[in-house]
Design a protein around this ligand. Structure first.
Ligand SMILES: NC(=O)c1ccc[n+]([C@@H]2O[C@H](COP(=O)([O-])OP(=O)(O)OC[C@H]3O[C@@H](n4cnc5c(N)ncnc54)[C@H](O)[C@@H]3O)[C@@H](O)[C@H]2O)c1
Ligand SMILES: O=P(O)(O)OC[C@H](O)CO
Length: 343
């Protein structure tokens, strides 16, 4: 049996943390995977040096995951076509606004039996429809795509602090393979057959996290945040039921990708952090993103806008008061205090 050739598309904070796990596991399971893991890195200069050269010599992504050693079998490649050529397993981990462009470049370069997994927390939403990134990847590249999502703040995972994550897939044989690629003693994977629910949770929780940040910035306490989390969870489930019906299982909301991710993201995530700073300073979100995240990307504000456009097109925005309020605060200058008054 030939060995699986793994490639990672993306090298931000989560992309780097996952490269550490994948690079380790291809060595542990050498009967299944080729040792070398190719990682597509969006090229940038750090003090005059290419980020890819730094990763390949120092084995550290000094911009997006400072202080964490990457396995030396992870090879950073700036050209996406070269990185993915002939790959049989493709791990997508780029911020959601870049997925389509990257996929278009990869067309025709993967192995014929390739499979993918999306670690992206976002949805492809337009006023006329909503698509999961697994569907978008399947549509553009004509390969099956599973999803991984969970209560996984990248810095904590990279420092090997115990957590769980959920793989949602349509084919349990592929699920076993993804389990071997990602599961470690500190990153425990549960495989379920609900790739839709896994992705919906990962995307929508980012809107709730921005709301939790507003609450923190206004000085409200744990009770208020718990109320935002509870209402957020209800809206996430309702969105799933309304637009994906039986494809989303209620049990999925009790997995790591569901309530656990909501809790962690509303406590320690970037969306929460920037939401808090917005409530305290009133500076525009894009300015705060630049000031506070050093090139990392906020996903919750964009998702709030995309979800609002999708819902308002159907005159359903009032059915989702928390999602609507986060949108109005960010994009319509609604007072931050409406996060408790209007939900
Ligand atoms: N960071 C986390 O803790 C975490 C955990 C779980 C899931 N996620 C999800 O993983 C996905 C990727 O996030 P991340 O944290 O790895 O990234 P990030 O936000 O840390 O970094 C942004 C990345 O985008 C790249 N980039 C910038 N401009 C680009 C362009 N024009 N085209 C392509 N790439 C470009 C940057 O080089 C960088 O690699 C997101 O959907 C996120 O929600 C993140
Ligand atoms: O930092 P955030 O807000 O993008 O959240 C990170 C992860 O999704 C938490 O699981």
């Amino acid at each position: 049996m030939s060995l699986e050739k793994v490639c990672i598309i993306g090298s931000g904070n989560w992309g780097s943390a996952i490269a550490k796990i994948v690079g380790t596991n291809t060595q542990v399971h050498s009967q299944k995977f080729e040792r070398t893991v190719r990682q597509w890195v969006f090229q940038e200069k750090i003090d005059g040096q290419n980020l890819t050269d730094i990763i390949n010599t120092q084995h550290e992504n000094v911009k997006y995951l400072k202080g964490v050693q990457l396995p030396e079998n992870v090879v950073a490649i700036p050209d996406v076509v070269e990185a993915c050529k002939g790959a049989t397993l493709v791990v997508f981990v780029v911020p959601h606004q870049f997925v389509r462009g990257v996929c278009e470049q990869m067309k025709g370069h993967l192995a014929p039996n390739a499979r993918a997994i999306s670690l992206i927390k976002g949805l492809e939403i337009t006023p006329t429809g909503t698509r999961l990134f697994s569907e978008e990847i399947e549509r553009i590249l004509s390969i099956p795509c599973a999803a991984l999502s969970g209560a996984n703040i990248a810095d904590e995972v990279a420092r090997e602090k115990f957590c769980e994550s959920t793989v949602g897939c349509q084919n349990l044989n592929d699920g076993k393979l993804w389990h071997s690629l990602f599961d470690t003693s500190y990153f425990r994977i549960n495989v379920i057959e609900d790739h839709v629910g896994v992705q919906l949770c990962g995307a929508l929780k980012n809107i709730v996290a921005v709301g939790a940040g507003f609450s923190d910035g206004l000085g409200y306490g744990s009770n208020t945040k718990a109320a935002i989390i509870r209402r957020g969870l209800m809206e996430m489930r309702k969105f799933g039921q309304m637009f994906f019906g039986d494809m989303v299982q209620t049990e999925t909301f009790f997995e790591s990708c569901g309530v656990a991710d909501l809790i962690t993201t509303c406590s320690g995530g970037r969306n929460r952090k920037v939401g808090e700073a917005y409530a305290k300073t009133g500076k525009p979100m894009d300015v705060l993103e630049k000031e506070l995240l050093n090139g990392q990307k906020l996903q919750g504000t964009l998702t709030a806008q995309e979800v609002y456009e999708f819902l308002s097109h159907r005159k359903l925005e009032n059915e989702f008061p928390l999602f609507l309020t986060v949108y109005r605060i960010v994009y319509e200058n609604a007072p931050v205090g409406s996060i408790v008054r209007d939900i």
